[in-house]
Design a protein around this ligand. Structure first.
Ligand code: CTP
Length: 435
């Protein structure tokens, strides 16, 4: 999640350091926006070190990236802690003469404020009026608590503790945190098996669904290793730059993917194999580019014949018959999922994906059931693919089958929505087996 933490000029700013740390630990990308006054309590180097992101108070820094609105637009949540009486008044009036002010006006994300001030200021009708105004606009308020204040006096006005602010932040998001403390491995994308230095056997997987599964897991509290095979940079950026709880490991071939998955799976609670793994590779990769000339010189024996999985459409324009052919000898790649299942650690949950092209009259679910049993996974997420469905798109449809052959969920929607439905099913299976 992309979280903006606004810090305003109160002594409680020191507690916000811990809040930022908790948010970072939970895997969120945290951007701190202090007011000029706040930096008198906690300095910019502390915020940068703890949030691991650059920090500025000014709308005039980094103008090229339109920072004064960019942070607010990117935010999934804005937390202002501490929120002084002055800040609440400025927010109520919509004043935007610093970076926090512009960020708050530019955002449509939920906003949570954690007020901190002396009791008299808190109880003043002006402050209470500003709070009502902010609440009427949907701003959430956590605290303040009743207790000792900075001057030795006591009463309402103490900023809530970081844990309580964090809880309120998650409540504001309606976020599920049911994977907290779990280690998850997600493979995504499609492997490529080289034929020669120029060509490869690949597939159409964009990695979008697998990345969505990884991002959803991180946002639900897991520590994630995303094993990414040939995923476009912009698709991968959704995981790599926005979620510090996701470690990305790249893999090229099925063998690379196998090594990365086995290594990450060793300490994992859950493994989700969403990658489209090539089932075959050439038996010997040619060091030199294969040419038509070389094919004509050396006739190669036919070693394996593969049925095409997908029917090739009739060409519209008649294509001349090729005069010469070439046969590549293909050998099977290792079944990574089967190996992970065979080496399953106690309590580990293993989930597979299956992209199927059911024949006319054949049931997708029946096909999925057979594959789930063959793979021995706890859950299999099955989707129908075709020339125009499943791949490279932003939406998807899944049927999720469990080890009792039951369809436990049918999900349709954006790949992120489908990912959340998959995690709901995984959490349910783990709860049912008390893992
Ligand atoms: N898979 C794997 N290793 C392979 C092939 C597939 O781990 N060499 C995983 C995929 O990541 C996926 C699941 O197995 O989670 C099902 O993939 P699929 O290609 O449908 O399985 P296959 O066993 O290859 O079945 P089919 O012959 O129908 O392609």
């Amino acid at each position: 999640m992309f979280v903006v933490v606004g810090v305003t000029g109160g002594i409680a700013a020191y507690k916000t350091v811990h809040l930022v740390r908790l948010l970072v630990q939970d895997g969120h990308a945290v951007h701190v926006v202090p007011t000029q006054d706040a930096t008198r309590f906690v300095g910019i180097p502390t915020w940068e070190a703890i949030s691991r992101n650059p920090v500025t108070t000014s709308v005039h820094d980094d103008v090229a990236s339109v920072r004064h609105v960019a942070l607010g637009q990117a935010a999934d949540l804005v937390v202002v802690a501490p929120a002084t009486a002055n800040t609440l008044a400025r927010m109520a009036a919509g004043i935007a003469d610093d970076l926090l002010g512009t960020t708050l006006l530019a955002t449509t994300a939920p906003v949570l404020v954690a007020p901190a001030m002396h009791s008299e200021m808190w109880q003043h009708p002006a402050t209470q009026h500003n709070l009502r105004t902010l609440r009427s606009r949907g701003v959430r308020v956590v605290g303040p608590e009743d207790g000792p204040l900075t001057g030795g006096d006591s009463g309402p006005g103490r900023m809530s503790e970081p844990d309580a602010i964090l809880e309120a932040a998650y409540a504001a998001l309606g976020a599920r945190r049911d994977l907290t403390g779990l280690r998850v491995v997600v493979s995504a994308g499609g492997t490529r098996e080289p034929i020669d230095p120029v060509r490869y056997i690949g597939n159409r997987s964009s990695g979008k669904q697998g990345v969505a599964v990884a991002v959803a897991a991180a946002e639900r509290g897991a520590r994630v290793t995303l094993v990414a095979a040939h995923i476009e940079a912009d698709v991968l950026a959704a995981a790599a730059t926005r979620h510090p709880a996701i470690d990305v490991v790249t893999a090229g071939t099925a063998a690379d993917l196998a090594a990365a998955v086995f290594s990450a799976a060793a300490g994992a609670d859950i493994v989700v194999m969403a990658a489209a793994v090539a089932d075959y590779r050439v038996s010997a990769v040619s060091e030199a580019k294969l040419t038509k000339e070389s094919a004509r010189q050396v006739p190669e024996p036919v070693v394996s014949v593969l049925e095409p999985v997908v029917p090739v459409p009739e060409p519209v324009v008649p294509v001349p018959e090729p005069v010469e052919g070439r046969t590549l000898e293909l050998v099977e790649t290792p079944d990574i999922l089967a190996a992970v299942v065979a080496g399953r650690a106690p309590g580990q949950t293993i989930v597979g994906f299956a992209a199927e092209t059911p024949a006319e009259g054949e049931s997708l679910v029946e096909r999925g059931r057979r594959k789930r049993a063959r793979k021995g996974v706890d859950l299999l997420a099955v989707n129908a693919v075709g020339w125009t469905t499943g791949f490279e798109r932003d939406d998807n449809e899944l049927v999720i089958i469990d080890s009792g052959d039951d369809v436990v969920a049918e999900a349709a929607g954006t790949k992120r929505e489908v990912a959340d439905a998959l995690w709901d099913a995984i959490v349910a299976v783990r709860n049912a087996t008390a893992r």
